[in-house]
Design a protein around this ligand. Structure first.
Ligand code: ADP
Length: 162
């Protein structure tokens, strides 16, 4: 059984992420969406909120689980019995960072390979960051994030503005 770990910030999850998860299921037996807990990087949604949003978005997929981790990714992968790491690639600008991350992870633990999946053409311009910016300025993010995320963004920015 091949268990793939898909790590990231997921602040919040987008259709770009979901597309990688769904395509990952076509290749691997099980996908663990692992939300990175970074104390220095405070996001819009906290860890529990991010996990809950992902959980709801993947509820129809029985071979997906949602988890979080702190510390080194390769240690986490080892701990949960993962076999591979999945990352998504959008533009060439993603490549350099991803190449470095995959290389350092390989250096730290050469048992795990990183598999890259290219973004779907509909989502190459979608990032959590731009989604937050658009939502904050009152623009529509319909069709770019799951509906539960759309609702959560509306609530979050209303509370922030109020
Ligand atoms: P991180 O902060 O670790 O980059 P993200 O949540 O931004 O976490 O992204 C997690 C992974 O998903 C990364 O590999 C990123 O390149 C990928 N990803 C993000 N958005 C998309 C998208 N629209 N299409 C394909 N992959 C994506």
């Amino acid at each position: 059984m091949i268990k793939a770990i898909y790590p990231g910030s997921f602040d919040p999850i987008t259709y770009g992420h979901l597309d990688i998860i769904e395509r990952g299921l076509g290749v691997f037996d099980h996908v663990v969406v692992a939300v990175a807990h970074n104390i220095e990087k405070r996001g819009l949604f906290n860890l529990e909120e991010r996990k809950a949003l992902i959980q709801e978005a993947v509820r129809d997929h029985s071979r997906v689980t949602v988890d979080s981790f702190e510390g080194l990714l390769v240690d986490y992968v080892e701990r949960v019995g993962g076999n591979v790491i999945i990352r998504g690639l959008r533009a060439t600008s993603d490549f350099e960072y991803e190449f470095h991350m995959a290389s350092i992870n390989r250096h730290l633990n050469e048992r795990f390979d990183t598999f890259f999946m290219m973004t779907a053409k509909d989502y190459f311009f979608v990032s959590s960051r731009t989604i937050k910016e658009v939502a904050m300025l009152g623009g529509s993010v319909k069709g770019l994030v799951p509906e539960n995320v759309e609702r959560a963004l509306k609530i979050k920015f209303k509370t922030l503005v109020d």
